[in-house]
Design a protein around this ligand. Structure first.
Ligand SMILES: Cc1cc2nc3c(=O)[nH]c(=O)nc-3n(C[C@H](O)[C@H](O)[C@H](O)COP(=O)(O)O)c2cc1C
Length: 413
């Protein structure tokens, strides 16, 4: 079956690209704005993606009749999920880090679906430059149902779901009163979900954090389902547990949500390798998992590769033949094809090559000092690291998990 994307969970990258492509989506004025001031804000390339995306826009599906009963809503939620191929392995939303080329890289290495980063609904509706630069996404934060709907309608033709973010715990979300801070105003949350689910062609999903008390989490999740959500992703940490390395996600709470809801539920937290995926699905009964931080270091996680930190005694002694440097080169090629701001590339290169930079900090310093990046410079840097020796091998048990060669990977290889 064709591997589908969720769209917070992901949009079809080719359809998405049409939106991303500056020549298609950005007015000359906006394009000018994008190249001002900080070179890291510039797109890394310009028209390369044109040819690939010209015929890809698919018209929005006809508006379905409004569901008459809760029963019917649940049935539709599952039908949609199955139509997408019941994606189990999903790239979580990450501001500035789950942009299109990175999602495509993860999908080449086993991810079934991917969230795009979160978008600010009001800025998205009002600002063309923001839309053009940042719309590798359909995940929204908002606290006004009409503004949210306005933004969601602009992206729904390109998405398999529109997701409302109730998970962001950052200070900026507190200041703007969105993300996880809407947990203090559940009637507003309900109206956001109701308004979107009643007026969009595509289903609405919600990504949430848990409350300290299980009964509050369950009441919250049930309210989302009743308000019309078709999918709930549960990050098993509270709003105050920001440090993922310090706080383990609560899989028991996720299991309780899965048991209480009738729509598909995804589990998020503590997924560092495929063994975790198996354990988490068994423990929670969830329909799939999301991973974020580990994927930044190891985009091949879902294809069964592990970083040295998670290498097991029984793993092959040597490396798997795949090195982080290979993934960086692959990622850079995708960026040439599908332009994104340089700051995103900088961030991924740092994360993927972190171990190497710890051994050769002088190369990291040089990267940090580069005011303007080019693909040529980055390729040379990777070559230099290779010549310095070492590398950042990934590990994989021989024959353990088959490499997922999904359709996207083949198309874009
Ligand atoms: C760089 C980064 C940016 C993130 N941005 C968002 C965001 O905008 N919205 C959101 O709901 N979660 C965001 N998250 C949280 C992740 O989606 C995920 O819920 C969290 O990291 C837990 O998953 P993990 O344990 O696999 O890292 C972000 C995480 C990272 C590492």
């Amino acid at each position: 079956m064709r591997p589908r994307r969720l769209a917070p969970l992901l949009p079809d990258p080719r359809r998405l690209l049409r939106y991303l492509n500056p020549s298609a989506a950005m007015s000359p004025a906006a394009a000018h704005l994008a190249t001002a001031a900080n070179p890291d804000e510039d797109l890394c390339a310009s028209a390369a993606a044109d040819a690939a995306v010209t015929e890809e826009l698919v018209p929005a599906p006809p508006l379905p009749p409004p569901p008459v009963s809760a029963e019917e809503r649940v049935e539709r939620a599952w039908a949609h999920w199955r139509r997408l191929g019941a994606p189990r392995l999903t790239v979580a939303p990450m501001v500035d880090n789950s942009e299109l080329p990175f999602r495509m890289l993860c999908r080449r290495y086993g991810a079934d679906a991917a969230y795009t980063p979160m978008l600010h609904s009001r800025i998205f509706s009002e600002n063309e430059k923001y839309r053009s630069m940042e719309f590798t996404t359909c995940k929204f934060c908002a606290n006004d149902p009409d503004i949210l709907l306005q933004a969601a309608k602009m992206v729904e033709p390109y998405c398999d779901y529109v997701d409302i973010n109730f998970g962001c715990p950052q200070r900026i979300a507190r200041r703007g009163n969105y993300g996880a801070f809407l947990m203090d105003n559940l009637p507003l949350v309900k109206s956001l979900v109701q308004n979107l689910s009643a007026n969009l062609h595509v289903p609405v999903s919600c990504k949430i954090r848990v409350f300290p008390q299980l009964e509050d989490t369950l009441a919250y999740a049930k309210m989302l389902e009743e308000a019309g959500a078709s999918l709930v992703a549960v990050h098993g940490r509270t709003r105050d547990q920001k440090d993922g390395k310090k706080f383990r996600a609560d899989w028991d709470a996720i299991k309780a949500v899965k048991d209480a809801l009738r729509i598909p539920v995804l589990a998020n937290g503590n997924i560092r390798h495929m063994e975790d995926v198996k354990d988490c699905l068994e423990h929670t009964g969830a329909d799939g998992v999301l991973s974020a931080e580990t994927l930044l270091e190891n985009p091949a996680l879902f294809a069964g590769f592990r970083t040295k930190e998670w290498k097991e005694d029984g793993d092959e002694n040597g490396d798997s033949g795949l090195d982080q440097a290979d993934l960086v080169i692959e990622y850079l090629k995708l960026c040439e094809q599908y332009p994104v701001p340089w700051r995103m590339i900088r961030s991924h290169v740092h994360k993927m090559l972190g171990d190497w930079f710890r051994v050769h900090p002088e190369v990291r310093e040089e990267l940090n000092k580069q005011p303007i990046l080019t693909f040529e410079w980055l390729h040379d840097m990777v070559m230099r690291l290779k010549q310095l020796g070492g590398g950042v091998p990934l590990y994989r048990k021989e024959g353990s998990i088959p490499m997922a060669q999904n359709e996207l990977a083949t198309e874009n290889a």
